[in-house]
Write a protein that binds this ligand. Structure first.
Ligand code: ACO
Length: 519
């Protein structure tokens, strides 16, 4: 732990507290009240959130933004207790007390470091040294791409509030932020946009291979995209990330992120028996996305709505597909392999979800007067209401908050209807599932927004894949730049080894030419 504890007084300003954190080079401080007793914790997270909410650090006191009455841990407590607290409560810092006095602040990093060298058995693990099932709560890497703070209903890209980025920026600006590390100035943006427009061009030979993929009997948009990404990466002759510069990894990532919507839309139109539409170089990523889908220039309002959805879904912490992309990159493999794997992970219903299911629920309800009865019946029958609840967000999902607004701006009877259903659902959930902290999630309004701008339901998750490719490529670049092979271990629980081979396996019987010829 950090010892002695870095402390600030609850009545000092945020500016003063920031200086204390900075000079001590720590991520959090214990906050002491006027009597010297512990009253809260102030973390970088609190400071960032307050900045994101437009709070003036020079005139706001620590008491106004700190986490009050924090959970504490005794100095003599075993390390497992701290690990359990970090895992279950999702804190990052816990004040350490000895005889009622604050003697330090322990951070999740301290515990992870110890966990590497000691045989720690976290709660939920099957045995010593084994991580909890699903790796829940286990930090496996450091990242500066972004983070999700479920308890606060906040997520960010490189420190910037992601919903603010979606409100104020273009897709290309946020793309640059994620991949190049900073929001671009005007000149950099113009240069980057030019690069991304040029990068939409399909490599030679790829366009001809798409119609057969679209005709495969097991066609689904994501399966087809997965195959097409693999084909395109081969045509582009990407080299292993291990053998190329960090700059080249980022460039390969930009190339693929620009191609993905082109592949998606061509496959979609081939599958419908329509001619593909070439991307218009005068259009932004979002507008061109819609133009390639419909063949028409979209209305600016529709293009902006899609753009905001795309920005909101570019990245979301260390999710399964991002992890997959990083695992593949950690082997030194090329970016095409990493993206193909990531798409495969996203295709799973537990990850990619299905915003179309929320829309299907609205269809099933039909009219506002049927909402209450339908929703009650579903919950009482043990069904989940689509578009509600989240594993990480236990408050409003910030993406749903903005998408509700975006849907409102698009307007129309379906949006009105969705609002009625949402309000009824929240009321009924609160009544029938009290204390479960169930709020509207991203999928509820995502479906409504995409439907309003003419994206068909089977292209909802692929649209998500398109924007998430940017997040994946940022994660791939980060992994490649500071790589170590990700190679965990498993605890063997099969028949005790070594085993005797069954009778008839005394000696190798020679090459079998025909099936079943052995023996
Ligand atoms: N409708 C009704 N009840 C719900 C819902 C829901 N949407 N979500 C959770 N609950 C209830 C559960 O039945 C459970 O009740 P119980 O205590 O009586 O058993 C309680 O809330 C806790 O549920 P968990 O399964 O522990 O919650 P978890 O965090 O695992 O689930 C999940 C999160 C999977 C998203 C869940 O809320 C759900 O199934 N929602 C509907 C599907 C959906 O909208 N998915 C998209 C999520 S957003 C995304 O993935 C990008």
């Amino acid at each position: 732990m950090h010892k002695p504890a870095v402390v600030v007084s609850s009545d000092v300003t945020l500016s003063a507290a920031t200086k204390v954190l900075d000079s001590a080079n720590v991520g959090a401080a214990a906050v002491l009240g006027s009597d010297g007793g512990l009253v809260g914790v102030l973390s970088e997270r609190d400071l960032l959130r307050s900045v994101g909410h437009g709070i003036d650090p020079a005139s706001t006191s620590v008491a106004e933004v700190m986490t009050p009455n924090p959970i504490t841990i005794e100095a003599a407590a075993p390390i497992e207790e701290a690990l359990d607290l970090f895992r279950e409560r999702r804190f990052r810092h816990i004040p350490v007390l000895d005889d009622g006095q604050v003697v330090g602040v322990i951070s999740i990093r301290h515990v992870v470091r110890v966990a590497h060298i000691e045989d720690v058995k976290p709660a939920g693990a099957a045995g010593p040294g084994m991580a909890p099932r699903g790796l829940e709560g286990v930090a496996v890497a450091e990242t500066s791409v972004g983070d999700v703070r479920g308890e606060e209903g906040f997520f960010h890209y490189r420190g910037y509030n992601a919903t603010e980025l979606a409100r104020r920026c273009s897709f290309e600006q946020v793309w640059h932020l994620l991949v190049e590390g900073e929001l671009p100035d005007e000149q950099r943006l113009a240069e980057f946009t030019r690069r991304t427009v040029e990068a939409r061009r399909l490599p030679d030979g790829v366009a001809d291979l798409l119609p057969p993929i679209a005709r495969l009997p097991g066609y689904s948009p994501l399966m087809a995209l997965r195959s097409a990404v693999s084909v395109a990466a081969a045509a582009l002759q990407f080299e292993p990330t291990l053998d190329i510069s960090a700059e080249q990894v980022r460039a390969d990532g930009v190339r693929m992120a620009a191609i993905v919507p082109v592949l998606l839309m061509r496959l979609h139109r081939h599958q419908l028996g329509k001619r593909p539409v070439e991307p218009d170089p005068d259009l932004s990523y979002a507008a061109s996305y819609l133009q390639m889908l419909t063949g028409e220039r979209p209305e600016p309002r529709a293009a902006r709505a899609v753009e905001q959805y795309l920005i909101l879904t570019m990245d979301h912490g260390f999710n399964a597909s991002t992890f997959t992309a990083r695992v593949i990159t950690s082997t030194g493999s090329d970016i095409g392999s990493a993206l193909t794997g990531a798409i495969g992970a996203l295709a799973g219903p537990l990850h990619g979800g299905a915003p179309s299911r929320a829309l299907a629920m609205l269809d099933a309800i039909g009219t506002p007067d049927k909402a209450e009865e339908y929703l009650r019946r579903e919950i009482q029958a043990g069904q989940r209401l689509m578009g509600f609840g989240h594993r990480v967000y236990k408050t409003d999902d910030p993406r749903s908050t903005l998408l509700r607004e975006v849907a409102g701006e698009l307007g129309g009877p379906q949006v009105e209807f969705a609002r009625t259903v949402e309000q009824t659902a929240l009321r009924v959930l609160n009544e029938l599932k009290p204390g479960r902290r169930l709020y509207t999630n991203v999928e509820f309004y995502a479906g409504v927004v995409m439907n309003s701008v003419g994206i068909p339901p089977d292209m909802f998750t692929p649209t998500f894949a398109s924007s998430r490719t940017v997040g994946w490529t940022a994660a791939i670049a980060e992994q490649a730049a500071n790589n170590r092979l990700i190679r965990p271990s498993a605890i063997y629980v099969g028949p005790p080894a070594p085993r005797e081979m069954p009778d008839g396996y005394g000696a190798y019987a020679g090459a079998a030419v025909r099936a079943g010829a052995a023996g």
